[in-house]
Design a binder for this molecule. Structure first.
Ligand SMILES: *Cc1c(COP(=O)(O)O)cnc(C)c1O
Length: 384
């Protein structure tokens, strides 16, 4: 029996052809396709600049570095996210802390953020950076977070790994109206894929250039950025920073560019699956994902909220029925590595409740009607 996963990629013949044509070309990396994909993503998300990298994790790391995050700085994010949203701060030597989630949207809670900022201000320990995560593809309340950033003086990176193709107040996620940088993931379970890959979008030209330098070893070959050297020495490039090899390659970009042609179709398919779940599951003793009217969600995930006593039972019943339900996410600070940093059980009570009551059921464009029916029937049976 094949398992129905919670998410998977949709690959069409066009995608395969696009990848094969790069394989037949002169450049597998640093050719023309990465810049073409970057331009297309910038256009799609209404951002001035887009820089392709080999994962969203790398994108988050470079975004933090470009914003000057370093040892001694404090970064805040939500505990209900993938570990990469927090790890990026630790890569830079900064201190990470977590703001509890909103019980309705499961995104970072604005009231909790506001209170924590006020307390941090009194104590002297304000964050230099806050990383809101658009969980499941539903935008955070960016207007409110931006207002707080003006008041308390922090930078904002939107972790939009789930959310490309979504809108906030009618505008594409990534347009940068309420943040410094937005990051997208193209991992296969995400909205569009490049196999592995990520993108940084921003409207700030110097942040964009900094990220570009850092993804390629910290090397520049621009006259204005290079240090002066004797004229008889050949300096066709210089390493001016400590950078990384975080480049996206043309094979990945070709897949991404081809996938981008169908992004709106993918999001529509996810949303119509969500509407079916909303309807089919309405009578069950569960809570379906609440939708903020300011947000048009890309529905990367469809988390159902179950009584704590039933979570394990539902998880096991669906798995033995061939449905790969998953949990997004274990609060980051509960991970053993984070516990070793001193975080304790119960640190964010709302996140803990979510952890004990939530499961993500399958949602992806290729999910067949009969497969979705199987999911809803199994849920009805186990929760009856
Ligand atoms: C998937 C994901 C990432 C990491 O993306 P990669 O491209 O796999 O590195 C970061 N943050 C969130 C919220 C994610 O879901």
């Amino acid at each position: 029996m094949s398992i129905i996963p919670y998410g998977r990629q949709s690959i069409y013949e066009d995608d395969i052809d696009a990848v094969v044509s790069v394989l037949r070309s002169n450049f597998l990396t640093q050719g023309p396709v990465v810049p073409a994909f970057e331009k297309a993503i910038a256009g799609y998300s209404h951002a001035a600049y887009a820089i392709g990298v080999n994962s969203a994790t790398s994108a988050l790391h470079l975004a933090c570095l470009a914003l000057g995050i370093q040892r001694g700085d404090i970064v805040w994010t939500t505990p209900i996210t993938f570990v990469a949203s927090a790890n990026c701060a630790l890569y830079c030597g900064a201190t990470i802390d977590f703001v509890d989630i909103d019980p309705q949207t499961y995104n970072l809670c604005i009231e909790a953020l506001s209170e924590k900022l006020e307390a941090a201000k009194k104590r002297g320990g304000l964050p230099k950076l806050v990383i809101p995560v658009h969980l499941c593809g539903q935008s955070c309340n960016m207007e409110a977070i931006f207002r707080l950033s003006q008041e308390y003086g922090f930078k904002i990176i939107e972790d939009a790994s789930h959310a490309i193709g979504g809108l906030y107040k009618g505008m594409p996620i990534g347009n940068g109206q309420y943040s410094d940088i937005t990051v997208f993931s193209f991992h296969p379970v995400k909205i569009i894929t490049t196999g592995e890959g990520g993108m940084i979008v921003t409207n700030n030209s110097s942040l964009a250039r900094q990220v570009q330098i850092l993804r390629g070893h910290g090397i520049s070959n621009l006259e204005v950025e290079m240090h002066s050297r004797p004229k008889d020495e050949i300096w066709n490039y210089q390493q001016i920073e400590l950078g990384f090899n975080y480049r996206m390659n043309d094979i990945q970009a070709a897949l991404g560019l081809s996938q981008l042609n169908r992004i709106d179709e993918f999001v529509k398919a996810r949303r119509s699956l969500a509407r079916i779940y909303d309807k089919e599951l309405a009578e069950l003793p569960i809570k379906i994902p609440w939708q903020n009217p300011d947000s048009y969600s890309s529905y990367h995930l469809y988390p159902i909220r179950i009584a704590r006593e039933s979570q394990r039972k539902v998880y096991d019943a669906l798995h033995s029925g061939g449905v790969g339900v998953n949990l997004h996410y274990i609060p980051v600070y509960r991970q053993p590595y984070y516990e070793s940093l001193g975080f304790k059980f119960g640190y964010c009570p709302e996140a803990e409740r979510y952890f004990h009551e939530t499961l993500s059921i399958p949602i992806f464009p290729g999910l067949k009607d009969f497969e979705q029916q199987k999911v809803t029937e199994l849920l009805k049976k186990v929760l009856a």
